[in-house]
Design a protein around this ligand. Structure first.
Ligand SMILES: [Zn+2]
Length: 194
């Protein structure tokens, strides 16, 4: 298959069994805030129950004996879903997602990554958003129990806690955003340069 064709941001995303109904749909709150990623099947249920409207279609056609319709890619709730903001958990996955799956010292993404404590734990460095970064195992070994400065290494960015807490998990949000999926709906919510 040719890879030269530029996929549309609303390219059908099929589930593992290849069914259009298992494709992914971005659900926005009435306020347009990204709320959830669900399946085409569940999104259509929201639409047929008049709980949500379709904002974007993904181009895939759903055939059933009674009806033929296009699968949605983005739906918006017709009422405001009130939900407490989730807690932004500091996990390996979230740190790797924040750091773009790149070593924060050498920038490489083709070497297995690990978590580096900028101020090493043995020197009372905290496990916090501002003290952990993605690091390739090579840089992590070179740095050892030293501060970056002592090891002659430099961080590409100052690590910090993401300013925006998405309802969708941070890795899902960032990977969809970086892949250009639902970009126009996700970008406005990215208030900091991750
Ligand atoms: Zn590295």
């Amino acid at each position: 298959m040719s890879k030269s064709a530029c996929p549309s941001p609303h390219t059908p995303q099929h589930g593992s069994n290849g069914s259009v109904l298992d494709g992914q749909v971005l659900v926005l709150n009435q306020t347009y805030e990204p709320l959830n990623v669900t399946t085409v099947r569940r999104a259509l249920r929201l639409v047929t129950k008049h709980k949500a409207e379709v904002l974007e279609k993904n181009g895939a056609i759903i055939h059933s004996p009674a009806i033929t319709l296009e699968a949605p890619s983005v739906v918006r709730m017709l009422y405001r879903v009130k939900r407490p903001l989730p807690e932004l958990k500091l996990t390996r996955r979230s740190v790797f997602a924040r750091d773009g799956h790149k070593c924060q010292y050498c920038g490489r993404s083709d070497i297995p990554l690990t978590i580096d404590h900028v101020v090493p734990r043995c020197r009372k460095g905290a496990t916090s958003w501002s003290n952990v970064v993605a690091s390739c195992i090579r840089c992590n070994n070179v740095k050892g129990d030293r501060l970056p400065k002592e090891a002659g290494m430099k961080l590409r960015k100052t690590p910090r806690r993401p300013r925006y807490t998405p309802y969708i998990s941070l890795p899902t949000f960032l990977s969809a955003q970086r892949a250009g999926r639902w970009g126009e709906y996700l970008d406005p919510w990215m208030k900091c340069d991750l």
